[in-house]
Design a protein around this ligand. Structure first.
Ligand SMILES: Cc1ncc(COP(=O)(O)O)c(C=O)c1O
Ligand SMILES: [Zn+2]
Length: 407
């Protein structure tokens, strides 16, 4: 019998020996509860411990070692812990789950998360939309940037670098500004002007790199040779902590797990975050099976969909074709192997859509009052296809605001 959510019930507020108190001034935290799951501070906390997703080596994360010596990406130890008694509903956004994390300092936050989950009953009674573009910087990225950056901040990092198609950079620029850290961002010169303006306005140092998206990564890696901290929204494992909350929120808001969740798929961080979140719920006995996870790629750049269909374990790199869904224009996703595994394990799939379908999905959502950018409309473009497979409750992740991509 799966346990039901009982948000806010007592049980996780007791002070554990050896913890540094989170400030009593934390907004909406009159009781001054402490995160009790990981007492002992940095290093002693099992969640600053990371594991290589490829060779499974366990290590204590150091900000300069942004990936394993084998080249594999780090991930948090799995399954992530989950216990409904740790939920603090009076805390803003994702910080309702703070009791499950090892943060020792008051985090930098802008109230990100706890985004609306609304029915799309005018389209289909089984369809729900998670408005993850309702975020401080207008994209789902804030959910993961905030935990990723706060973790680095606790490790003493005072300047950060990242490469981005736009939204991750805009998100990092905002949180770095809030934390008084200097951010240097490598972006493709072809990124949306609105996203570049957003980064610039918030004080980030912007380096525009001509050519495909991958060139921005290459330029960053070259710059990194002379120093700096790669606060990668793809490699930083603590980004996944925040992204897992998308699954927890959906479960709380629906009062159950959905049968399927559909998300745009580029580097697949949101996809993996959802997977880790539902995996945690299952491991803790709150749900008895994982929702099917569906990822959507633009047909013009679909390394993961191709590998999924071909039954491969890892994606082969592809040329980045032109697409209006600029956020998923990723030819060689570093976590590809793990994404394919997760899609298969849940009984989901990785699908592709044509440019005209992306445009139609964006228009259809807009007619429902939901103005998202083309990348943010990808889930909408495949819902009827997925419905044939599940015929049950499904959630579409709407990930980026339409205001981002105005040209
Ligand atoms: C609006 C939007 N949606 C979805 C994605 C894809 O996310 P991921 O790279 O985590 O798969 C991006 C990536 O930039 C994005 O900007
Ligand atoms: Zn490794």
């Amino acid at each position: 019998m799966p346990r039901q959510p009982d948000p806010g019930s007592p049980g996780a507020g007791a002070k554990a020996a050896g913890t540094t108190p989170i400030s009593d001034q934390w907004p909406g935290n009159p009781g001054g509860e402490l995160p009790t799951h990981y007492p002992g501070g940095i290093g002693a906390s099992p969640m600053w411990t990371v594991q290589c997703a490829r060779c499974h080596q366990i290590a204590t994360y150091h900000p300069t070692q942004w990936r394993c010596i084998c080249g594999g990406p780090w991930e948090p130890p799995r399954p992530l812990p989950f216990d409904h008694r740790a939920i603090r509903p009076h805390r803003p956004g994702i910080w309702r789950y703070m009791g499950l994390w090892p943060f020792q300092r008051d985090p930098i936050t802008m109230g990100e998360g706890w985004t609306p989950l609304i029915p799309l009953s005018a389209i289909d009674p089984r369809l729900w939309a998670k408005l993850d573009y309702v975020m401080p910087t207008g994209s789902y990225k804030d959910r993961g940037t905030v935990t990723g950056l706060n973790a680095l901040r606790e490790m003493g990092v005072d300047q950060v670098m990242d490469d981005s198609s736009g939204n991750a950079g805009a998100s990092l620029a905002a949180y770095a500004a809030r934390a008084s850290l200097q951010a240097t961002l490598f972006v493709p010169a072809h990124a949306s002007p609105g996203k570049k303006a957003q980064m610039h306005a918030m004080g980030a140092r912007l380096i525009e790199v001509p050519g495909p998206r991958a060139q921005a990564t290459a330029a960053l890696l070259q710059a990194l040779e002379t120093g700096g901290i790669y606060a990668s929204h793809v490699y930083n494992p603590f980004v996944l902590l925040g992204l897992a909350t998308a699954a927890w929120e959906i479960w709380e808001q629906l009062g159950r797990a959905p049968d399927a969740v559909i998300t745009p798929l580029g580097h697949g961080m949101l996809f993996l975050g959802l997977f880790l979140g539902f995996e945690a719920l299952q491991a803790a006995g709150y749900i008895d099976r994982l929702p099917r996870l569906y990822g959507v790629q633009a047909a013009a750049c679909a390394p993961l969909a191709q590998a999924f269909t071909a039954g491969l374990e890892a994606p082969a790199p592809v040329e980045e074709g032109e697409t209006i869904a600029e956020g998923v224009r990723i030819g060689a996703p570093p976590r590809g192997r793990e994404i394919l595994q997760a899609a298969r394990l849940t009984g989901g799939a990785i699908l592709t859509v044509q440019e005209s379908e992306i445009q139609a999905a964006q228009d259809r959502l807009a007619r429902q009052g939901l103005f998202v950018e083309p990348t943010g409309a990808l889930a909408m473009a495949v819902w009827s296809q997925v419905l044939r497979e599940t015929d049950r409750v499904m959630v579409l992740m709407l990930t980026g605001s339409g205001l981002k991509s105005l040209r």
